[in-house]
Design a protein around this ligand. Sequence first.
Ligand code: SF4
Ligand code: SF4
Length: 202
Amino acid sequence: MKLLFDSEGKVNYDKIDKDTTVEDMLKAIDIFLNSNPLPCDDCEESCCKKAWSVEMDNICVNRISNWNDEAASDFVRQRLVKKRNYYREFDQFVLDKENNCHFITNENYCTIYEQRPIICRLYICIDKSFRYNVVRELIGSTYLQALIFEDEIRNKVLTEDLIKVYNRNPAVFAKGYDIALKDIFNYAEEEGWLYDDEIDEL
Ligand code: SF4
Ligand code: SF4
């Protein structure tokens, strides 16, 4: 997968193969932004210092917690709050903050840059194509929901049936972002987030 400007001047990708993973997309974004850097130095206010939510995913929390279940649970309790995702109708965790992200310094340096949330890695503040935005949102929703599910599996007494339902999400207890996009799309279809004919357009 490669990112490019399409004929409408929007950020788009060339194609998704059957084995293209989330990690491939993240690498494509990094390569694209290296060649097309965002104007952060001229930006009046860092996007990491705004009131909007910093949505947290399971891989980010597990990495920050060194893959320790207890530390991950403590991080969730101490640093995050639940917020409803009304678009997808599930709860997700966001940083418990007013304005500045907990991890931004006065010099606009992200102190968890290598482990930052996937929503930060997928963020490009210029016009993007519809299909790019759809893929970005589906990846984000899958990993955001995975944090809620992992937290409940760790800290609540759940029925076997509910655990099975949670484990259908391909990101639950994943070790990274190397999940095939087709698995994300299949899960999104099962969840009613994506219709079969829409997959063909991605
Ligand atoms: S990513 Fe975009 S919005 Fe954020 S600081 Fe850079 S230019 Fe500004
Ligand atoms: S985690 Fe890092 S990149 Fe993401 S909002 Fe916070 S400071 Fe910015």
